[in-house]
Ligand binder design. Structure first.
Ligand SMILES: *Cc1c(COP(=O)(O)O)cnc(C)c1O
Length: 454
């Protein structure tokens, strides 16, 4: 058996993994077309023919809505402002509780705060890494108004059960589908199952325009309110017959014509990107499933996965070494990353969001604790331990790879899987080394004690 690279052996692979190349001739021509027109934005912040943006923005929105069968697609300048728009359009008010996932980009929870809503964290289902409907139910109070569901890493959340809970309790559902464009849940595209959905077009997402986002809904009234929030609604609501003034104060969350023109070309590439990622993921799942101690996500047949990242659950008890050391050993078998996209393996994802200082100190808007102190006599609990599944994923179990993407091939995945197999086959050797590392830790503690005595 060949020696592990981390212990000085030959690595499985030395040749670097290819970088992603997302822009091409089509995007270049699209940008040229807009530059030649000299109209870089078609928006005006008032009611009228330019309230909903220029030609490119409207073309992109039509293409997005048509492709996925959403009634309305409203482009915005990020998924973050898209989520804020969704919260506003949903009518969230100060003191409303919004049930959110603790395992996501921070804004999936903080979006509620901008309208005085209070994020209440529910725990996750360990297979999908998305909100657990049972945990959602346990968090509902008479103040709960909405649920923000995240389709994390591209795996769809359990929407049937979540919609069931929401309907029976009269709650709105907002889908954060930033990592899941083109993902099917029982024949419906995610983003359009709940009341409002959000997608991202930021640089790291499947398709992108540098920065950008889309809000989608099948509800005409929500769509109109979202358009008002995107573009200075206070100037325009009367012209559109909106009587309810609440939450119509708008901002400028508009996409430029340049971004929209690029987005239209990017959208044409999405199907191929998803196809490639699913092929690579399928091969990798089969190979890694055979390794005792690793658990791979199971995607039910009537759903699809977008593989924004490829998740791998690690069982420390089976391997007898911690996740970090295992990850370092696998990484040592593969070429050094030159960027985030060429990093073979990462661990933990994000710290459970409730451990963030804004929740720990309960300070978000102003200095007096708003909105956490809005509901008199209600204490919000953000202490460690409130979501044990997420804490376990973060601390011990979740590894994920950004390598399962275009333009990489099955051959690349073969090397990746070989690296895992090699480490698993030589785990005893690695464990012996780990004991050494532990003794080095004791040496370090002894040294600290020494200096403290002085
Ligand atoms: C990327 C991301 C966002 C934010 O998207 P931006 O377009 O960068 O604002 C929100 N939620 C999730 C789950 C994301 O991955």
């Amino acid at each position: 058996m060949s020696k592990l690279a981390i212990l000085g052996g030959e690595p499985v692979r030395k040749k670097a993994f290819l970088e992603r190349k997302s822009m091409g001739e089509a995007e270049l021509q699209a940008v040229k077309r807009v530059l030649d027109s000299d109209v870089l934005s078609g928006f005006i912040g008032a009611a009228g023919s330019q309230f909903s943006g220029g030609k490119e923005v409207r073309r992109f929105e039509d293409a997005w809505a048509t492709k996925f069968g959403f009634k309305h697609a409203i482009s915005v300048n990020s998924a973050s402002t898209g989520l804020m728009t969704a919260i506003g359009a949903a009518g969230i008010e100060p003191g409303n509780e919004v049930i959110v996932s603790p395992y996501s980009m921070s804004v999936s929870a903080t979006a509620a705060l901008f309208y005085g809503g209070i994020p209440v964290f529910a725990d996750l289902d360990p297979n999908s890494i998305c909100l657990d409907p049972k945990s959602i139910e346990s968090r509902i109070t008479e103040r709960t108004k909405a649920i923000i569901v995240v389709h994390l890493l591209g795996h769809p959340a359990n929407m049937d059960a979540i919609m069931g809970v929401a309907k029976s309790r009269g709650l709105l559902v907002i889908e954060d589908a930033a990592q899941a464009p083109g993902v099917l849940y029982k024949g419906c595209y995610v983003g359009g199952i709940g009341d409002i959905g959000c997608f991202s077009l930021n640089y790291h997402k499947h398709i992108h325009t540098g920065e950008g986002g889309i809000v989608v809904t099948n509800n005409d009234e929500i769509a109109l309110r979202a358009r008002l929030i995107r573009n200075h609604g206070e100037n325009a609501y009367e012209a559109y017959g909106v009587e309810d003034l609440s939450n119509v104060i708008g901002s400028n969350y508009r996409l430029t014509e340049l971004q929209a023109a690029i987005a239209t070309e990017q959208l044409k590439k999405l199907d191929d990107i998803l196809l490639r990622r699913r092929e690579l993921a399928s091969y990798l799942t089969t190979r890694l499933e055979a390794i005792n101690g690793l658990t791979l996500q199971k995607v039910p047949v009537h759903h699809t996965h977008a593989y924004y990242m490829f998740p791998i659950l690690y069982n420390e008890t089976v391997f007898g070494v911690g996740r970090s050391l295992f990850l370092k050993a696998v990484s040592a078998e593969l070429p050094k990353p030159t960027s985030w996209e060429t990093t073979p393996l990462a661990e933990g994802y994000v710290k459970p969001l409730y451990l963030n200082q804004i929740y720990q100190k309960k300070i978000a808007i102003g200095r007096k604790g708003f909105p956490f102190n809005y509901n008199k006599g209600v204490e919000y609990d953000y202490s460690k331990g409130i979501c044990p599944v997420v804490e376990r994923l973060y601390e011990k179990e979740l590894m994920y790879s950004p390598l399962v993407r275009e333009p990489l091939t099955i051959q690349d995945m073969k090397d990746f899987a070989d690296a895992f197999e090699k480490v698993a086959d030589n785990i005893d050797e690695l464990r012996d080394n780990f004991v050494l590392e532990e003794s080095q830790v004791y040496d370090a503690i002894a040294a600290i004690n020494e200096t403290e005595k002085k």
